[in-house]
Design a protein around this ligand. Structure first.
Ligand SMILES: NC(=O)c1ccc[n+]([C@@H]2O[C@H](COP(=O)([O-])OP(=O)(O)OC[C@H]3O[C@@H](n4cnc5c(N)ncnc54)[C@H](OP(=O)(O)O)[C@@H]3O)[C@@H](O)[C@H]2O)c1
Length: 268
């Protein structure tokens, strides 16, 4: 970070991957970070690393499915320049012998965490920010919702994941159009493949695979530039948009051939 922006930030899913990297990218003397996650040891690692860079850190064990606890976490933070609704899970239809389609419990968990959990975070944040004074960037606050390039594809190998990301990407962009007038921005972040525990088990090639640090830098750059949709890398995004324009019959014939993401045993 190069200026006085985002001196106070809250991040869900800060205990791993992109959330951890965002916390470190924002950590500097004078910054206050509210970091949330479920895994105590990994959350502590992230918090300690951010403290070592000079930030003041408040760490909270939080499941974003808990609507009350998530709202309390946001509302007790004080001023927030940036809230990142990052916590998410993934899973697909690939895996165990005899498995057919996406496990029911997994599909429900993906919607509960990736959609309802994001709303549980973003809605109280927007409400809080409407009452804040504008910061150095002229905005009262910014909310970033971590969607995915998967939002632009309906992959048969990850139906709930793609749909959950499409839902929050559409929601964030639509809300931003109204909220921007009141000085609150809502950004839809759509990364391609990032090397984290979420992608470590993917049994297929991942074009443009990025480090979490690169992804965090790119996300913050896009938010600072005021982009409503921060989608990267450009070639993967362009490819996904091109695929979505192929006539339906041919598109689904192609998508059916794509390898499936593995089902997540922890979500069943
Ligand atoms: N990796 C990619 O290629 C990629 C690409 C596009 C978008 N994304 C999105 O980026 C976000 C972060 O993913 P990642 O790749 O960094 O994955 P990750 O390393 O698996 O991290 C996921 C984070 O979400 C947290 N989380 C999961 N369920 C939660 C719940 N119910 N309540 C609170 N926190 C919860 C986890 O916390 P605990 O570990 O403490 O449980 C963890 O900190 C996700 O929304 C993902 O869909 C990832």
């Amino acid at each position: 970070m190069t200026d006085a922006r985002f001196m106070t930030a809250a991040i869900t899913g800060a205990s791993s991957g992109i959330g951890h990297a965002l916390a470190l990218a924002l950590a500097r003397p004078g910054a206050t970070l509210h970091l949330a996650g479920r895994n105590e040891a990994r959350l502590k690692d992230a918090a300690d690393a951010a403290r070592a860079k000079g930030a003041t850190v408040r760490e909270t064990l939080l499941d974003v499915r808990d609507v009350v606890a998530t709202a309390v976490w946001i509302n007790e933070a004080g001023r927030l320049d940036l809230v990142v609704a990052n916590a998410g899970v993934s899973g697909g239809t690939g895996g165990g012998a005899g498995m057919f389609g996406e496990p029911t419990a997994q599909a429900r968990a993906i919607f509960d965490i990736n959609v309802t959990g994001v709303l549980n975070t973003a809605l109280p944040a927007i409400e809080l920010m409407r009452g804040q004074e504008p910061g150095p960037d002229g905005m009262r606050g910014r909310v970033a919702v971590i969607a995915s390039i998967a939002a632009f594809l309906n992959m048969p190998g990850a139906p709930a994941y793609c749909a959950s990301k499409a839902a929050i990407q559409r929601w964030a962009e639509a809300v931003d159009l109204g909220e921007a007038r009141r000085g609150v921005r809502v950004h839809a972040i759509c990364p391609g493949f990032v090397r984290t525990p979420m992608t470590d088990t993917n049994p297929f090639p991942m074009p443009g695979l990025m480090t979490p640090d690169y992804a965090a830098t790119r996300i913050l750059k896009g938010i600072e530039a005021g982009q409503r949709r921060v989608a990267f890398p450009w070639f993967l995004y362009a490819g996904a948009r091109a695929v979505s324009m192929i006539p339906e019959g041919l598109r689904f014939a192609l998508l059916k051939k794509a390898p499936a993401k593995k089902a997540d045993a922890n979500l069943q």
